[in-house]
Ligand binder design. Structure first.
Ligand code: AVJ
Length: 318
């Protein structure tokens, strides 16, 4: 069953997109928030990234979930509530729903409203015994949980290493806020990409087919579609590189020449070679991530990795 409690789109949503874009592009180091990647086009491109040979995180985390599903089910207990942050197409959660003992409630939270509602409806059809309550929200800004959810039966699910989009200090603040929202006794199953050979990391964000480049460039296409932007996509190039000192992949869009673009009438100038920083994707060691979570009030009870140490899953309690 599905209970569509998702809030109606706020009228201010387009204004927020416009003001975030103009603000990010007026800085000396131009940047755009990565959450805007995920319109319908971008969500489809992200799903395509997840199937690429070079993009190891999805298949590795999926295999880890399958390998540990019974153990996770034991930890989660009977009649659990699952709250998924950035649920996207709700593919991975099916592994948990198949393994858990009578899961009662599933709350997918995602910023991409139409994509969320379609995915929630498909999932509700496939799991008739589970109540599905989609919440259309930017989970980083806070969201309302359905009433009457017992914290000690709740598990948050935050897969995909999406936590890597936050800078470490922001990740601590976010995990702390999440813990407060869920309550004492709540659990968290979180997927975290591991530090590794930079060549492997860089290949994952520079795939041979150019899907990641299309995903990155779609941000400019989206500005054109929704904000009357005049970006010429062939005059920008995808750039992804690993910063080993910071332990993060950075994605940028590089202007190929000196040019002025208009966005809702506002001129934005780009020098040749200037970049727009579009995403950070932080990588952690297992102890490094456990320390970060501890600072946010989460105690790690289990950490699992694949044999090649590409990716980690952590079971945490508050
Ligand atoms: C969904 C944020 C985890 O950082 O690997 C994939 C997004 N960007 N390829 C990541 C992404 C480029 C992804 N996260």
């Amino acid at each position: 069953m599905t209970a569509f409690s998702a809030a109606r789109a706020r009228p201010a949503r387009d204004d927020l997109f416009l003001s975030d874009v103009l603000e990010g592009l007026s800085r000396p180091d131009k940047s755009l928030p990565c959450k805007y990647f995920y319109d319908a086009e971008g969500s489809a491109l992200f799903d395509a990234i997840c199937t690429l040979d070079e993009y190891y995180p999805t298949r590795t985390e999926t295999a880890l979930l399958h390998a540990r599903a019974a153990e996770i089910a034991g930890l989660a207990g009977r009649g659990a509530t699952l709250v998924e942050l950035g649920s996207g197409s709700s593919v991975k959660v099916r592994i948990l729903l198949d393994a858990l003992d009578a899961p009662a409630l599933y709350v997918p939270v995602d910023i991409s409203r139409d994509h969320l509602i379609a995915a929630a409806a498909r999932l509700a059809g496939d799991y008739p015994a589970v109540t599905v309550v989609p919440v259309a929200a930017d989970y980083a800004r806070g969201f309302a949980l359905p009433r009457g959810v017992a914290p000690e039966r709740t598990m948050a699910f935050f897969p995909g290493s999406t936590i890597g989009n936050f800078r470490p200090a922001e990740a601590v603040a976010f995990l702390q806020g999440l813990g407060r929202r869920l309550g004492a006794g709540a659990r968290l199953l979180i997927g975290v990409d591991l530090r590794k050979d930079p060549a492997v990391l860089e290949a994952a964000y520079n795939d041979a087919q150019g899907v990641t480049a299309a995903f990155n460039l779609n941000l400019l296409a989206r500005i054109n579609r929704e904000l009357g932007g005049t970006f010429e996509l062939e005059r920008f190039a995808h750039l992804a590189r690993y910063d080993a000192a910071r332990g993060r992949i950075e994605m940028h869009l590089r202007s190929l020449d000196d040019q002025t673009v208009r966005i809702a009438g506002h001129p934005v100038h780009f020098a040749r070679g200037e970049t727009i920083h579009t995403e950070n994707s932080y990588k952690y060691s297992v102890p490094g991530f456990r320390r970060l979570a501890a600072r946010a009030g989460w105690r790690t009870e289990r950490s699992w990795t694949d044999d090649d140490r590409l990716f980690s899953l952590h079971w945490m309690v508050r």
